[in-house]
Ligand binder design. Structure first.
Ligand code: C2E
Ligand code: CA
Ligand code: CA
Length: 689
């Protein structure tokens, strides 16, 4: 609406028209009378009077008629302007999201738009006239129309929204207001938001006579911004809170606790607990059944966990942090036992098989829990600790709960040290392999080397080969077992570079020894999963000149199971290089031999646990039988069998009786450094026993 059209038309300055008209008629009458009476002999002065009267009369007519014209024009303009204003106002009120309002000095409506009436559930705008604007807004519950019908029975709301309080203040203080947002409970639309602006109207002498203003419907804007806000705090897949929401909530609570609480000891009540849950088998569900089923599984998990939280007396904020990781933040005091009991209940609720359509999916999860223990405890530390506890739960075998404790923290520090120092040790080892001519540099992170454990033929006692086993000697910590650092290297991916170094080192060293032994090198599942592996092996073979049939790569059953199809393809590509493949730790996984025959495997390495169980009472008899079956089946499938960890002559006898072809173990030889191998070879290549 233009500012100009809102102003009243400017008044036209004018003479009193009646006086002018009377004077003109009188003058004309007088001059005509005189003219008739004395027409014959007029003295000069009479003629002059007549001339003057007539002379005055003519401009009088002119002035008069011009004023008339101006008046008519002004009236027309005002009417047109009013019409335009009304049209504009109508357009404005019907086509935009805003409409005007006017009220008297007490805030009672003197003008209301149709739109306003419609949205308030009132038949016509006229019905709103005389109603207090504030009361209409305030008594929205059940719709203002209902409140009007009931005569605004006073239901004073102790919790008036702050914007409405502000509006009340402005109306009472006669101060202009702009964009005051109030929620109107309309019977027509569920949640209605109006942004109201208004200015006080004063008369000529400055007295406050009323209000004039605009209402804008900002419902859509509100809906959009609250949807955005919801989105920023919600995980769209499950409807749970997201990581951002959980973190900020934990931070807020920890900050509040910092100001109010003191340190709590292990057994005391802790006011804040954080649970981190990770599904154990989500990746395989995704791989086997596809992402759609994976997504539905996550929704199912969210639903079950939410039920569990709803049933617990502690409540809490349940969130999905991303992927298959969930978290629960509890801001109620809990004892350690209670904390653990809830964690176990959460795992139990997931164990119930999930049966969408004709599928049956077993869900398992691991849980790490941490509790706030005092002012030094920040939210991020709490998250870190729950994460460490979760890591330990997974490492301990999954489907388990672990509560964070100090020892866990120390182990984690140790782990980080391993990651850091192993990397440095590997760099030094790679340098030495590339430039053996350079003097060895000091090694503050220790030295890596490869040890070799001989393998023998049980039939004729011949030395058939060696297994290459990596060793790490640290200046402070001494010998660190590969069983300790290989899993860490697998987690960080360092095992790819480490494995390549072991392979190159082993192939290089083996080529220096007399004889044509087989060399077994362990291949981690992470290496097998890497696309580079076939090229790496081919390069190492050509660089070192080792004939491919002398290399046997050992893979474990678990590394095949992660991605069976990809593993099979890669193994076939490796076999096409002419190398051999061994299946390590056989018997510790769950696959049947019939299943494993689909992989191009040359040697079955029977796990040490079977060998140890031999000749141990009734269990020994069972192990005996299993072993015999494995050997027979292996032979049937054209695979060689090699038993690991043979420590006693009795074990060796049993293995020989069952037809196992090769052995490796402390009974014959421990793994030895490369320098000792030539002596071992000179001493005789046959079985020591
Ligand atoms: P593994 O492949 O099963 O290696 C056999 C392990 O059994 C070796 O332990 C070896 O020293 C040990 N051993 C051999 N004979 C006997 C015995 O008679 N009794 C007992 N109690 N143990 C025996 P090590 O060298 O500590 O290696 C442990 C594991 O670390 C290996 O198990 C293998 O999984 C992994 N590993 C070792 N070197 C490498 C490597 O270069 N790359 C990869 N990816 N993993 C490796
Ligand atoms: Ca092995
Ligand atoms: Ca093994």
């Amino acid at each position: 609406m233009s500012r100009k059209s809102a102003l009243p038309p400017r008044p036209v300055r004018r003479f009193p028209a009646g006086v002018l008209r009377a004077a003109a008629v009188a003058l004309m009458g007088a001059s005509m009378g005189l003219a008739l009476w004395h027409a014959a002999a007029w003295p000069f002065w009479q003629g002059a009077v007549l001339g003057a009267c007539t002379g005055a009369c003519v401009p009088g007519w002119f002035v008069l008629s011009r004023q008339r014209r101006q008046q008519t024009q002004a009236r027309d303009t005002a009417a047109r302007r009013q019409e335009t204003t009304a049209l504009l106002l109508h357009d404005f009120e019907t086509q935009s999201d805003a409409w005007s309002w006017a009220a008297d000095r007490d805030g009672r409506l003197t003008h209301a738009a149709e739109r306003m009436a419609r949205e308030l559930g009132v038949a016509t705008p006229q019905a709103l006239l005389g109603e207090s604007l504030l009361r209409l807004l305030r008594f929205g519950e059940g719709g203002p129309s209902l409140a009007m019908q009931q005569g605004f029975r006073d239901r004073s709301d102790p919790q008036m929204p702050p914007d409405l309080v502000w509006l009340m203040g402005c109306l009472a203080g006669q101060t202009p207001f702009r964009g005051v947002e109030v929620q109107v409970r309309s019977p027509v639309r569920r949640a209605l938001w109006w942004s109201i602006s208004g200015v006080p109207v004063h008369d000529e002498i400055g007295l406050h006579v009323g209000w004039r203003g605009v209402v804008r419907d900002v419902t859509k804007l509100h809906e959009q911004s609250s949807a955005l806000e919801r989105l920023a705090h919600t995980d769209t897949l499950t409807g749970l809170a997201n990581r951002h929401m959980l973190q900020s909530r934990a931070e807020e609570t920890a900050k509040a606790l910092l100001q109010t609480s003191e340190a709590t000891d292990e057994e005391a009540l802790s006011p804040l607990s954080l649970y981190l849950l990770d599904l154990d088998n989500f990746k395989s569900v995704n791989d086997h059944f596809g992402h759609l089923v994976g997504d539905r599984l996550l929704q199912e998990v969210a639903r079950r966990l939410q039920d569990c939280v709803d049933e617990s007396p502690y409540g809490g904020v349940l969130a999905r942090l991303g992927g298959d990781e969930f978290a629960l933040l509890i801001e109620q005091p809990m004892h350690t036992v209670e904390r653990e009991a809830l964690a176990l209940a959460m795992l139990a609720t997931l164990r119930e098989p999930w049966t969408p359509e004709d599928l049956c999916i077993e869900v398992r999860a691991s849980l790490g829990v941490a509790a706030w223990s005092g002012p030094a405890h920040t939210a991020s530390l709490l998250l870190q600790q729950a994460d460490i506890a979760l890591y330990e739960a997974k490492a301990a075998g999954r489907d388990l709960v672990r509560l964070f404790d100090a020892a866990m923290g120390e182990r984690m520090v140790e782990r980080h040290l391993v990651i850091h120092e192993l990397g440095l040790a590997l760099q030094a080892a790679q340098r030495t392999l590339e430039r053996p001519d350079l003097p060895e540099a000091p090694a503050p992170s220790g030295r890596l080397s490869v040890f070799y454990q001989p393998q023998y033929d049980l039939g004729d006692g011949r030395l058939t080969g060696f297994e290459a086993l990596v060793r790490w000697r640290h200046p402070v910590r001494g010998w660190i077992s590969p069983a300790q650092f290989i899993p860490v290297a697998e987690e960080t991916g360092l095992v790819v570079a480490l494995g390549e170094w072991v392979l190159r080192q082993a192939c290089t060293e083996v080529m220096r020894w007399p004889g044509a032994f087989k060399i077994g090198v362990n291949l981690s599942g992470v290496q097998l999963a890497s696309r580079q592996i076939v090229r790496t092996v081919a390069t190492v073979l050509s660089e070192t000149g080792l004939p491919p049939h002398r290399l046997e790569l050992e893979v474990t059953e678990t590394s095949l199971l992660a991605d069976p199809a990809a593993a099979r393809t890669r193994m076939q590509a490796l076999r096409s290089l002419g190398i051999r493949l061994g299946l390590d730790d056989f018997g510790t996984g769950y696959s049947s031999l019939a299943y494993l025959r689909t992989y191009p495997i040359n040697t079955l390495k029977i796990d040490r646990s079977f060998v140890v169980s031999l000749a141990e009472g009734p269990q020994g008899a069972q192990a005996d039988m299993i072993l015999r079956t494995i050997v027979q089946l292996g032979r049937g499938l054209g695979m060689k069998t090699l038993a690991e960890g043979v420590e006693t002559p009795e074990q060796a006898d049993t293995l020989r009786r069952h037809g196992c072809e090769q052995v490796q173990g402390y009974l014959y030889a421990r793994p030895v450094p490369a320098e000792e191998v030539p002596a071992l070879l000179r001493a005789g290549q046959g079985l020591a026993a």
